[in-house]
Design a protein around this ligand. Structure first.
Ligand SMILES: [Zn+2]
Length: 241
């Protein structure tokens, strides 16, 4: 047996209560990923700084390899020059060979001092690389734990939503399709509120005053009445009047 209009509207108020809770939970669920965004940004930044430092370090490493190569080459040239110095036969050759050895010695000393500077530089790089890696890992840990937290909370919301939706479903068979479809349409257009109680002669949804005749019709609770301003289904509840 189908329910009277007034009884159906009574059931619809329960549906609306559930719908408001459902909307609230859906909004909460949708906002959950925002809690992660800041940490994700921080992690990306930390990773970028670390990558940049690694790139700089690899350039320093390349320079070091080049200097080591130059030093090695200089070393063998020096060896040859010193051998030549042993076997010179006249003064002119002696002077030329001595000059070459001196030049090579000077070059080696220059390269050694460059190498020492780079080594210093490199040690600093290693330290800041370690710091950056640590920072990256710390943010990652924080991000992962927040992600787990968000996922747990989202799961809880999903569970609550399931419960509310099945509770909602129980009421639907008692309400006529025409009332339901009108309610759903208005609800979607009016941020979740498809019906509003009339309080006094006012629509409590948009606070417009209704003409006395219309208010009287609504009070009878015999057929559907929409607010002329916000279109919500108007009804009279025992507690509101
Ligand atoms: Zn209204």
């Amino acid at each position: 047996m189908s329910l009277s209009y007034s009884e159906q509207i009574q059931k619809l108020t329960f549906v609306q209560e559930l719908d408001i809770k459902i909307l609230h939970l859906e909004n909460e669920k949708a906002s959950k990923p925002n809690e992660l965004k800041n940490l994700e940004k921080m992690y990306l930044m930390a990773q970028r700084s670390w990558d940049e430092k690694k790139e700089e370090a690899s350039q320093v490493q390349t320079k070091m390899t080049q200097i080591n190569g130059a030093l090695e080459m200089n070393h063998s040239r020096m060896k040859r020059a010193e051998e030549k110095l042993q076997s010179v036969s006249d003064n002119k050759e002696f002077q030329a060979a001595t000059k070459e050895v001196d030049q090579l010695k000077k070059m080696s000393a220059d390269l050694e001092s460059q190498k020492a500077k780079i080594q210093d530089n490199f040690n600093q790089f290693e330290e800041s690389l370690k710091d950056l890696e640590e920072k990256c890992n710390t943010v990652k840990t924080e991000m992962d734990s927040k992600a787990a937290e968000v996922s747990g909370e989202t799961q809880k919301i999903d569970g609550d939503l399931q419960e509310l939706l099945s509770e909602r479903k129980n009421y639907l068979s008692d309400i006529s399709n025409s009332i339901l479809s009108r309610y759903d349409r208005i609800r979607k257009a009016r941020s979740g509120m498809g019906m509003a109680p009339m309080v006094g002669n006012q629509c409590s949804g948009c606070h417009i005053s209704l003409p006395p005749q219309a208010a009287n019709q609504i009070r009878k609770m015999e057929e559907i009445h929409e607010c002329p301003s916000c279109n919500r289904i108007l009804y009279v509840s025992a507690s509101a009047e």
